[in-house]
Design a protein around this ligand. Structure first.
Ligand SMILES: [Zn+2]
Length: 269
């Protein structure tokens, strides 16, 4: 008796669905890779971003209205961070992301927030700021980007303003911005070969917490945001000038509707 190989049966509709979803997956990957995203009012600007960016209900950034925030006495007076020193960092002029990105040779350390431990994997900058406080914008907003073991995101936002004060130079920014002349061209990077320390970052005092999203496509939601409300950090005019020389274009997504989301606040005594 000849051995008959049975071909697995697949209905036409199932095949059609599979083919269709494969095609859709291909086209969405291709369009994301080809088109990317931009800022401003053009065809790829924030108003045209799709997916969660268009349909989400918990999007970021937001305007934090202090009077509408809810004081939460269970919040700690200092964020629970353990930031160590990386042995070196890679500073990237990321053309497709439209920002200056800093990645360590491993982890920069950890943040524990609401009982979840996150690893600080990189940080980057937006100018002008993405979040606003009572409608006020800032010159620069740094995002410390953390990821948990199960893939959740937490971001700490810190604001900087240009200052003419004699002591305005930011020692923290100096570690990064001194490398700007090495990455004037898009899609270039430089390895610092010197540790970047996060010790001088102001992670104590008042801050707000809320649930939002990534501020760039795909605008994934479920991101735990910590927006520092303590004293705005200073940066000197030459420091901000050096940044703007390499990144002259605005890269801030406009503020999104809070849709009655609660924003909690720790108020430093
Ligand atoms: Zn960001």
């Amino acid at each position: 008796m000849p051995h008959v190989h049975r071909r697995p049966k697949m209905s036409i509709s199932r095949c059609a669905l599979l083919c269709l979803s494969a095609l859709l997956a291909l086209s969405s990957t291709a369009s994301a890779a080809e088109n990317g995203f931009e800022y401003g009012s053009g065809l790829r600007g924030p108003a045209e971003w799709g997916g969660f960016c268009a349909n989400g209900t918990k999007q970021s950034p937001i305007n934090v209205v202090i009077a509408d925030t809810v004081l939460d006495k269970s919040l700690r007076d200092r964020l629970d961070t353990e930031y160590g020193k990386c042995t070196y960092a890679v500073i990237i002029n990321d053309k497709s992301a439209h920002h200056l990105d800093v990645e360590g040779d491993g982890s920069f350390g950890n943040l524990t927030l609401n009982g979840v431990k996150y690893e600080l994997v990189k940080f980057h900058f937006h100018s002008p700021s993405e979040h606003t406080i009572d409608g006020v914008s800032f010159d620069l907003e740094m995002h410390l980007f953390h990821k948990s073991a199960d893939g959740k995101f937490a971001v700490i936002a810190i604001f900087f303003n240009e200052s003419h004060d004699d002591d305005a130079e930011s020692p923290f920014l100096k570690q990064v911005f001194s490398w700007l002349p090495n990455i004037t061209q898009p899609d270039t990077n430089v390895t610092t070969m010197a540790p970047i320390t996060l010790e001088s970052l102001p992670l104590q005092g008042s801050y707000a917490q809320y649930s939002g999203s990534l501020t760039t496509p795909p605008c994934t939601e479920g991101v735990s945001w910590v927006v520092m409300l303590n004293e705005t950090q200073k940066m000197s005019c030459p420091q901000f000038g050096a940044y703007q020389k390499v990144f002259p274009e605005a890269n801030n997504r406009p503020v999104q509707n809070t849709r009655c989301r609660s924003v909690t606040r720790f108020e430093h005594a």
